[in-house]
Design a binder for this molecule. Structure first.
Ligand code: PEP
Ligand code: MN
Length: 300
């Protein structure tokens, strides 16, 4: 007999489900992540201009997105690439929230920036490169904002869950796990999308799990297929890069969807989302039946 999942992840008991119905629901503005609604977050890799951001926000909202993404502080592979607008970018995000009604998710890169970013963001994003920056995780956790915790590109599932556990241990229960692909020997795609991690986490953990098909694929034409696979694997939502003119994007243009392609992706999710709704209903019924059986047994 091999190890059970509970034994494999014994170091992080706080992230494990206590029973089959155990599910953390993260409240954001007027909706929830991890509940029955499938939540799509979309927007540019970087906040560039107010025009770009508001146009994208209004567009993605019109086809069902709930959260606007956009980096104001950007972790870049090259020190000479655009590093983000910083505070000006945060202000543009806040204006886009006022205009569109979307919630804001944006990355915080260092401990010192947490109070500022937490003032503007509805959800704090911890980037892949910072997943094991424990000082940052603690400061972000203590801000009280929900935390979108991206998987490090070299992190095992156990490493990732240790970081999630640390946030929980700081008294912040609102952790959203985000699978964004890991580094493997494959170079055709930017990263290797670990779909098994999504299926596994949905099975063993009560935390919401979302997928980032954009950074996983690195190529816009693959993003819709990975998004559909994420729904089928049981994800609670998506974070997708969208830009009005990807060819002109200041960062990650090659993996960003234009508005028409984002619409097509959203439409293509529909049949998968109805299967998801059916599975949720069946699970709820099963859970209700088990509960009634247990109550009957307890009463005798
Ligand atoms: C991003 O979301 O633009 C980003 C930098 O993602 P990651 O940390 O997953 O590379
Ligand atoms: Mn990006």
């Amino acid at each position: 007999m091999g190890m059970t999942w509970k034994e494999t992840f014994a170091e992080t008991p706080g992230i494990l489900k206590k029973d089959s119905g155990d599910q953390t629901v993260v409240p954001v503005l007027d909706f929830e992540i991890g509940g029955s609604e499938f939540v799509t977050m979309a927007g540019p890799c970087s906040v560039e201009t107010e025009f770009q951001l508001i146009a994208t926000a209004n567009h993605v909202r019109s086809v069902g997105a709930r959260v606007l993404r956009g980096g104001a502080f950007k972790p870049r592979s090259s020190p000479y690439a655009f590093q983000g607008h910083g505070l000006e970018g945060l202000k543009m995000l806040a204006r886009a929230r006022d205009e569109s009604g979307l919630a804001i998710v944006t990355e915080v890169m260092c401990e010192d920036d947490v109070p500022l970013v937490a003032e503007y963001a509805d959800i704090l994003q911890i980037g892949a490169r910072n997943m094991e920056n424990f000082a940052l995780l603690e400061a972000a956790a203590r801000s009280g904002r929900p935390i979108l915790l991206k998987r490090g590109m070299m992190a095992t599932i156990a490493d990732w869950l240790r970081s999630a556990q640390l946030i929980l241990d700081c008294g912040n229960p609102h952790v959203i796990l985000c699978e964004r692909g890991i580094r493997t020997f494959e170079t055709a795609t930017r990263n290797t999308f670990d779909v098994a991690a999504i299926a596994l986490l949905k099975q063993i953990s009560h935390l919401p799990v979302i997928a980032d098909p954009s950074h996983a694929a690195g190529h816009a034409d693959l993003v819709p297929a990975l998004a559909r696979i994420a729904v089928a694997a049981g994800a609670d939502g998506l974070i997708v890069e969208v830009h009005p003119n990807p060819a002109k994007a200041w960062s990650d243009g090659e993996q960003s969807l234009n508005h028409a392609d984002f619409d097509a992706m959203m439409a293509s999710l529909d049949p998968y989302l109805s299967l998801r709704r059916r599975a949720l209903r069946d699970n709820e019924l099963l859970h209700q039946m088990n509960f009634e059986l247990e109550t009957m047994e307890a009463v005798g």
